[in-house]
Design a protein around this ligand. Structure first.
Ligand code: UD1
Ligand code: MG
Length: 476
């Protein structure tokens, strides 16, 4: 990539976003799994510019909180007197950079390649300003490009200032520009807040430059979607849709099968291995990593989890912050959360919840079970309805279960408790004491069997019923 050390990037993110009707600053709204401004910064990073500066104002601290980990510098614009004013307050931060690329913080679909082409066109054309534009079927809401002829621009007319004739113009200003600072600063010095909001519009600097005979170029974006800004909730939904499309397309190119792709939602940082099948209505969120040849079946939601190869997630599982080795099967209807580790060959069945637990190789918990703060060895069988009673109302306590253990169905294991290797727990037990290796732990009321009791009982009941029945018959 060409050296961009003579370029400063300025992202405008100080505005409130009145049209969103929200208590949250516009650029912090999410689309495609990230805050809008975060997408813009990430698209700029590979340009290796001199610096990335973000103009903040509305909810400045919150916006800074998102930007700091990304290494962007911030400039405070207070009050927010328009996009032109945002540039003026950033002059010192831009310093002696020869070029400044200006981007709106609310247009998150922009790609690095497009910005690279913008800078190259600007430098090659020795322009004062180069504007990225798009031709839209519905240009309403955007400033329009008034061309001079060929590639050059006379002015940008804001929507509120369009004449009836100009309303027909369908080439829009994306608010993404490359400027040569030597021509930009004098032009900005000449703009006036001649609009109903009394703001300094950066767009007015374009007409100033053009009137001086300086070169203002326009570059029509190959993919108009990259230029879309988010001013309304409907815009946010549209942009989110595009991000999700792009992510699924990228995974499919990399060898992932996605059935009914439009129903599947995948966050940007998610990775999926070759030949994995994602069924309809699945969500893969956060930092999830899924291995090769897995199947994630319908209705499952997986967040911030790592799955090995050949894992099967049956329908309708909810998995978060957990780690599965290869060859694991979970579900249907399983919930796995908080640092649970399922080792190779383990099987987790329907209506099983796991929290902060380790399940050893080849171990099975197939039905209706809660395992919390439990450490379970290899090849152990956890019977249906087993519950680890890990909470005493004040603290959480661990349960340790060894290798090749058999926990009978409907057992309550009252933690802290240990079940040794090879031990048995009788079905229906409430285990409060440790069960040593190879022992049987059984803790339940003893069964009493009374032969012939049932028929005696039935006879007794029938005798009590008879007089009542006769009475009824008489009445008829
Ligand atoms: C702006 C452009 C318009 C263009 C559109 C593209 C102007 C005057 N108009 O309009 O030509 O078609 O973007 O999406 O520039 N901001 C600040 N400080 C301010 C005002 C705004 O940092 O004082 C930031 C906002 O947070 C936002 C960006 O600048 O990220 C654009 O502002 P916005 O209010 O969305 O401008 P538009 O009306 O969309
Ligand atoms: Mg906007």
């Amino acid at each position: 990539m060409a050296n961009n050390k003579d370029v400063a990037i300025l992202i405008l993110a100080a505005g409130k976003g009145t049209r969103l009707k929200s208590s949250l600053a516009k650029v912090l709204h999410c689309a495609g799994g990230r805050a809008l401004v975060e997408h813009v910064v990430l698209a700029c990073q590979p340009l290796h510019a001199k610096k990335i500066i973000v103009v903040v104002g509305h909810q400045a601290e919150k916006v800074q909180g998102v930007l700091e980990p990304l290494g962007a510098e911030t400039v405070l614009q207070q009050p927010q007197n328009g996009t032109g004013h945002a540039l003026l307050v950033s002059r010192r931060a831009i310093g002696n950079a020869k070029y400044v690329v200006v981007l709106p913080g609310d247009a998150p679909l922009i790609r690095t390649e497009t910005l690279k082409a913008l800078i190259e066109k600007h430098k090659k054309g020795k322009a004062a300003a180069t504007i990225l534009t798009a031709v839209l079927a519905d240009p309403s809401g955007y400033g329009r490009i008034l061309r001079k002829g060929g590639d050059t621009v006379a002015a940008i007319i804001e929507e509120s200032q369009l004449t009836d004739e100009q309303r027909e113009l369908n080439e829009i200003n994306s608010s993404m520009y490359c400027f040569s600072t030597v021509q930009l600063w004098p032009a900005l010095g000449q703009i006036k807040p001649n609009n109903k909001h009394r703001e300094l519009y950066l767009t007015d600097a374009i007409a100033v430059m053009a009137a001086k005979g300086e070169t203002v170029l326009a570059s029509v974006a190959a993919d108009a979607r990259e230029m879309l800004g988010c001013n309304t909730r409907a815009d946010l939904a549209g942009v989110d849709h595009t991000f999700r499309d792009w992510k699924r397309e990228a995974l499919m190119r990399d060898g992932v099968t996605i059935q009914l792709p439009e129903t599947v939602l995948i966050d940007p940082a998610v990775t999926v291995g070759e030949d994995t099948i994602i069924e309809p209505c699945v969500q893969l969120l956060g930092r999830t990593k899924i291995g090769a040849r897995c199947v994630v079946k319908t209705g499952s939601v997986i967040a911030d989890s790592v799955l090995g190869d050949e894992v099967t997630v049956e329908p309708h599982c909810v998995i978060s912050a957990s780690y599965f080795d290869s060859d694991v099967v979970v579900g249907p209807f399983a919930r796995v959360r908080m640092e649970t580790h399922l080792k190779s060959g383990s099987r987790i069945g329907n209506f099983v919840e796991l929290k902060k637990s380790v399940v050893g190789e080849g171990t099975k918990a197939m039905h209706l079970t809660y395992l919390g703060d439990a450490k379970i060895g290899t090849k152990t069988n956890i019977g249906a309805g087993t519950i680890t009673c890990n909470y005493d109302g004040f603290h959480k306590h661990p349960t340790t279960i060894g290798n090749k253990v058999f926990i009978g169905s409907d057992s309550a294991l009252v933690a802290p408790v240990r079940i040794g290797d090879g031990a048995y727990v009788g079905a229906g037990s409430t285990i409060t004491d440790n069960v040593p290796a190879d022992a049987l732990g059984i803790a339940r009321g003893r069964q009493v069997t009374k032969p012939g009791w049932a028929s005696r009982k039935r006879r007794e009941l029938a005798a009590a019923e008879k007089p009542a029945k006769k009475k009824k018959a008489k009445r008829r």
